[in-house]
Write a protein of this length. Structure first.
Length: 202
């Protein structure tokens, strides 16, 4: 069955929603295929047309949540033009969605979530600025996302300092790129744009 089929995509949505609701109530290893199939109003055989097992669905869920989060990031242009502002917005975004992130983290899904988040973010960034070295740029985006967000669990009570450190790191990365490659390491200088004031750093 092609995944462009309307019924297929609808079942995918139902399964992802049912999984998200189940994950709020119980641990990943306590979620079963029969219970999810019942919640999504499908049979077990249909479930296996979509996913190999619960863990395959869990990975798809982490990716879907990451892509949805990146799609709402209306501050991405700051990544090129104002690194500290970008760091402030990213931290504020994750703090506002802490329950979602905590749910993923306690079930061992955080790494795949952050990887998917970085990949989706990189894809959106390339729309703002053509990338001459896509591999290096993708590595840098992954480094930035994992680096900044790994600070929050340990220093979540001092997000202002997290923003300062992250902003300084992004500026240093940019300066290194200009010195060694003649361009910004995060993909090159972007044209200046008017961006609505949001996520003001403390």
């Amino acid at each position: 069955m092609a995944n462009t089929d309307l019924r297929y995509r609808r079942t995918e949505r139902f399964l992802l929603e049912a999984f998200g609701e189940a994950l709020e109530k119980r641990a990943l290893d306590k979620i079963t295929v029969p219970s999810l199939a019942a919640a999504a109003d499908i049979n077990k055989a249909t479930f296996y047309l979509h996913y190999r097992d619960i863990y395959d669905l869990a990975e798809a869920y982490a990716h879907a949540i990451a892509e949805e989060r990146v799609a709402t990031m209306d501050y991405l242009e700051y990544y090129f033009d104002d690194p500290k502002q970008f760091a402030a917005c990213l931290v504020e975004d994750f703090e506002a969605n802490k329950e979602e992130v905590t749910k993923l983290g306690r079930n061992g899904l955080m790494r795949m979530y952050l990887d998917a988040f970085a990949t989706a973010m990189h894809q959106r960034l390339t729309r703002f600025k053509p990338i001459t070295d896509d591999k290096r740029s993708n590595m840098m985006t992954t480094f930035v996302v994992h680096g900044i967000l790994s600070l929050l669990p340990r220093y979540g009570d001092d997000t202002a300092t997290v923003v300062d450190v992250a902003g300084d790191a992004l500026k240093a990365i940019d300066e290194y790129g200009r010195a060694h490659f003649g361009e910004q390491t995060n993909g090159g200088p972007a044209p200046q744009r008017a961006v609505a004031a949001k996520c003001q750093p403390e």
